[in-house]
Structure formats: C-alpha cells, structure tokens
Design a protein around this ligand. Structure first.
Ligand code: PMP
Length: 398
C-alpha cells in the first residue's frame, strides 16, 4: 500500500528546530521559532491563566461534548476583543463566531467554508506571507497567488504596489490580510493605509480574510484591532481568524476562533449553520479546556486586568529587545542602517540578512534564523543579546 509513498519535504521552521536541538554548543540561540520566551528563555504560563486553571481544577467540571461552535461565553469574549465591547455590529447580530483549533484551525474552517461558498475564486496572500497560508488554502482546493507587500529597500510595506496589485483583482477574489504584526516581515500598515485598503476592497468587491494571530503584541488589544474595526465600519462582509496562542501563551491548547461578519442577523444564522457542517465533518466540536480558561480570564474584570498587564509586559519586552539590538549593533560599528528593527512590529523582523549570512550565523555561532533573514525578537534576552549582536555585526561586516 505505501511502497511508492515519497517523503514529504520537511517543514522549514520545524527542520530548523531539529537542527538547533541537535547542536551541542552551549551558547546556541534559536531565533527561528515563532514563540514568545521570557527573559529566562522560558515560555511563560501567565498568572491570569494559572488563576483560571486553578479555579477550573477546583470545580472539577464534567467533560461533556461542547456545542459544534464551542463555548458561547468564549465566542462572545472573542467578538468583543475584535470589534470592541460597544460594537454596533455585535448589537445588530451581524457577526457569528465559532471556537476553533488555534488560528490555523480557524483559517482552515474558513477556507473550507469559502470553497463551498465561492468554488471558483482564487486566494491572494501577501508577498511574502506566513508559509502555512499558501499550503492551507491550496489544501482547501484554491489556487493561491500573491499580492505585492514587502519592500526590501525600505524594509516596510510597498503601499503603492499593494494598492495597484489589489486594484487589478477580480470581484470575489479572497484576500488574506495580516491584521497586525505581519509574519514574517514585521511591517504593518498604518491606520490611513488601512482606510484606503478597506475602500479598495469595497470598490472591487473583494472578500477580505483578516488573520489576527498577534492581537496585543504591537500596541495593545484595542489599538491592534484597527483593521477589523475599520472593516466593520465599512458595512462589508468579511472573515477574521484569531488566535490566543501568543497573547495568552497557550500554544499547545489550540485556542482560536473564526468570526464571520455578515449583512444581518438572519444571514448570520444561515451562515453559521453552514460553518457548523464544515466543523462537524472535520472534528465535530472543539476541546474544552483552552477556551474555558480564556473565557474565564476575559469575562472576569480582575483576571482581565491581570492579563492586560501581562500582555503589556510581553509587548514591552519585545520592544526593549528591538531597541537594545539596534543599539548594540550601532555600538559595534555596524554601518548598515538597522533602525527598521525598532519600526517593525510584533515578534518578527525581516533583517535583510542574506541566506549566506544566516548560514554563517549557524555555522560559526550556533545562532539559528530562517534563511529568508527572519528573526524572532522574542527569543532574545538580556543574556544572549550581546552574543547575537556580536555575531550579526561579524557577518554583516564581511
Ligand atoms: N497566522 C499567522 C500569521 C501566524 O503567524 C500564526 C502562528 N505562527 C498562525 C496564523 C497560527 O496560529 P496558531 O498557532 O494559533 O494556529
């Protein structure tokens, strides 16, 4: 049966982790991963999460099946984070939200449903994008193309090219947009640019699919929701996948959600009934624990405040690592302008390091980065940052 099965290519980032784990150098550093570490190099278990988990353990709830769409208290909390507690959209019942298995699961449920809704459409992702976007939408049966996004010269967004690219797309084209903290580049749109983008989507009747994997990692929960809120104001229908992997440091619990904004309450009910069919035939219903913990935190004022503070702590730590890395490169006499590191947002930076320089970082220093030059700033800490700055300075100087 399996005699002719070929070995699938290795996931590039997981392959990097394997190489890092096999490296015996004690000063090795893994800048390849997409995970937030604290200054001790550990994945934090947030205090707000610990409190919610303790209460849940003490209550010893039974583990019956969840509804297909997940926990109502969770889904409502997600909607408030995305659209604001006073959202008119929510009051009008225009949004349906289903609990999903992380941001990836939300994208997959959305992609499968879109394939039923718009079987002849194409999907457009940013150039470059999170590598799983292409694979995931292709697996759902869509042809996937790119729209212009990153500008290597400025290490920012080439907004003119982005607008021109979207301006050529046919009505019904699905465009996947990173709501904030663009992965892999760290280059985000400003508010005025988002406004223009919303207008283009409306004028060309595009189908926006916002991917919100890092809410709270750029400027804060409310500020980072500018994209879904501007789209909400536009009256358009659109999709949002969201994830608590990063913002709650709950990677392995697989807590995410798919929200779909429709024209009205009755339409939302019909769409929900179809999305539930997609879920039912995939995994039936989501697991209980992660969603229950997130809902407990978000729906309790004291825990919510604690989470806000802990999230701010994570955000500020990444910012501090960004400014510190820039300062340390300058101290080492690096001539090249690295100031973009402090302008890019979220966990990642497209550093402009070449594949050959990334290779040298690995071979000579045991520092692992993605061959595209993407590094994760949240893997830097006060103990490894001098070593990393020394290494980068060495490879960029020649
Ligand atoms: N979208 C983007 C842009 C991401 O970077 C990630 C996580 N790396 C995801 C989606 C998936 O999130 P999750 O881990 O919750 O599935």
């Amino acid at each position: 049966l399996f005699a002719a099965v070929e070995m699938a290519p290795r996931d590039p980032i997981l392959g990097l982790n394997e190489a890092y784990n096999a490296d015996t150098r004690s000063n090795k550093v893994n800048l390849g991963v997409g995970v937030f570490f604290d200054d001790d190099g550990k994945i934090p278990l947030l205090r707000a999460v610990q409190a919610a988990e303790k209460a849940r353990l003490a209550a010893m709830p039974a583990r019956g099946y969840q509804p297909i769409e997940g926990l109502a208290a969770y889904n409502q909390a997600v909607q408030k984070l995305l659209f604001g507690a006073d959202s008119q959209l929510l009051a009008a019942g225009r949004v349906l939200t289903v609990e999903a298995l992380g941001g990836t699961g939300a994208l997959k449920v959305g992609a499968d449903y879109l394939k039923r809704l718009l079987p002849g459409s194409k999907v457009y992702i940013s150039d470059p994008s999170w590598e799983n976007h292409r694979a995931l939408f292709e697996a759902a049966g869509f042809p996937v193309e790119t729209y212009p996004y990153y500008d290597a010269a400025t290490r920012g967004v080439n907004f003119a090219a982005l607008k021109a690219g979207l301006g050529e797309l046919p009505a019904g084209a699905i465009i996947v947009l990173h709501a904030c903290c663009h992965n892999p580049t760290g280059a985000d749109l400003g508010v005025a640019q988002w406004r223009e983008l919303v207008d283009i989507c409306a004028a060309r009747r595009l189908v926006p699919f916002l991917d919100m994997a890092y809410q709270g990692f750029a400027d804060g929960v409310e500020a980072d929701a500018v994209a879904p809120r501007l789209f909400a104001d536009s009256g358009l229908s659109f999709f949002v996948s969201s994830s608590f992997s990063k913002s709650f440091s709950l990677y392995g619990e697989r807590v995410g959600a798919l929200s779909i904004v429709t024209a009205g309450k009755e339409e939302a009910a019909r769409v929900l009934s179809q999305v539930k069919r997609v879920i039912r035939t995939n995994y039936s219903n989501p697991p209980t624990h992660g969603g229950a913990v997130v809902a407990a935190v978000l729906n309790d004022p004291a825990l919510r405040q604690q989470w806000d503070e802990e999230l701010a702590g994570m955000r500020e730590r990444i910012r501090a690592m960004r400014s510190s890395l820039l300062a340390k490169l300058q101290e080492r006499g690096v001539q090249q302008d690295f100031s973009f590191i402090t302008q890019q947002r979220g966990m990642f930076s497209y550093t402009g390091l070449t594949a050959a320089q990334v290779e040298r970082l690995k071979d000579e220093f045991g520092i692992y980065a993605v061959s595209t030059g993407r590094i994760c700033l949240a893997a830097l800490n006060t103990r490894n940052i001098d070593y990393v700055a020394d290494a980068i300075a060495t490879v960029v100087k020649g």
